[in-house]
Design a protein. Structure first.
Ligand SMILES: Cc1cc2nc3c(=O)[nH]c(=O)nc-3n(C[C@H](O)[C@H](O)[C@H](O)COP(=O)(O)O)c2cc1C
Length: 141
C-alpha cells in the first residue's frame, strides 16, 4: 500500500474481558483482516496474559472509525491510547492484521526504530516499546 497524505498511526493497550476464548481471538483476526484490507489499515496485534497491544496505521478517517468500533467492543475494556501521530510511510505495509507475540512485536519495533528517520515515528515507537515490558513476554524468552 502506498504512502497517503493523511496517513496516521495509533497504538493502544486494553484488557481482554474475562472468558475470552481462542475462538474469540480467531474471530477478531478474521474480521480484522477483511475490514482492514478494505479500509487500507495495516498493523499488528499482540495478546499476552490478558493484555492486548495493537498498532494500527492507515487513512485518518479509517483509523477514527476503527477506534470508534474498538471503544464499543465488549470483548475488551480499559482501552488506553499509547501513541498516535501522522506518518509519511507505513511501518507494516503488507500486514492487514497479524497476531504476533509481544516478544516478536518488541523485536520488530526495535528494528523499525533503528530504520526510521521520522521524529514523530521515533517518539511513537519509543513509547510503544516502553509499554512492551519484559514481564509481558517472559514466556517467549
Ligand atoms: C483487541 C481487538 C482488536 C481488534 N482489531 C480490529 C481491527 O484491526 N480491525 C477491525 O476491523 N476490527 C477489529 N476488532 C473488532 C472490532 O472491534 C469490531 O468488532 C469489528 O470491526 C466489526 O465492527 P462492526 O460490527 O461495527 O462492523 C478488534 C477487536 C478487538 C477486541
Amino acid at each position: 500500500m502506498n504512502a497517503k497524505a493523511d496517513l496516521v498511526h495509533l497504538s493502544y493497550c486494553s484488557q481482554a474481558c474475562t472468558g475470552l476464548q481462542t475462538g474469540d481471538l480467531d474471530k477478531i483476526l478474521e474480521i480484522s483482516k477483511t475490514n482492514n484490507h478494505r479500509h487500507q489499515i495495516t498493523g499488528l496485534l499482540t495478546y499476552s496474559g490478558d493484555i492486548f497491544i495493537q498498532f494500527i496505521e492507515g487513512p485518518k478517517a479509517s483509523i477514527d472509525h476503527l477506534m470508534y468500533r474498538l471503544r464499543g467492543d465488549r470483548r475488551h475494556k480499559n482501552l488506553i491510547v499509547l501513541s498516535e501521530g501522522r506518518d509519511h510511510l507505513r511501518l507494516l505495509p503488507d500486514w492487514d492484521m497479524e497476531l504476533v507475540s509481544a516478544y516478536e512485536a518488541h523485536q520488530m519495533l526495535r528494528e523499525a526504530l533503528r530504520e526510521t528517520d521520522q521524529y514523530g515515528t521515533v517518539i511513537a515507537l519509543s513509547r510503544l516499546l516502553a509499554k512492551l515490558q519484559p514481564e509481558l513476554y517472559r514466556d517467549a524468552e
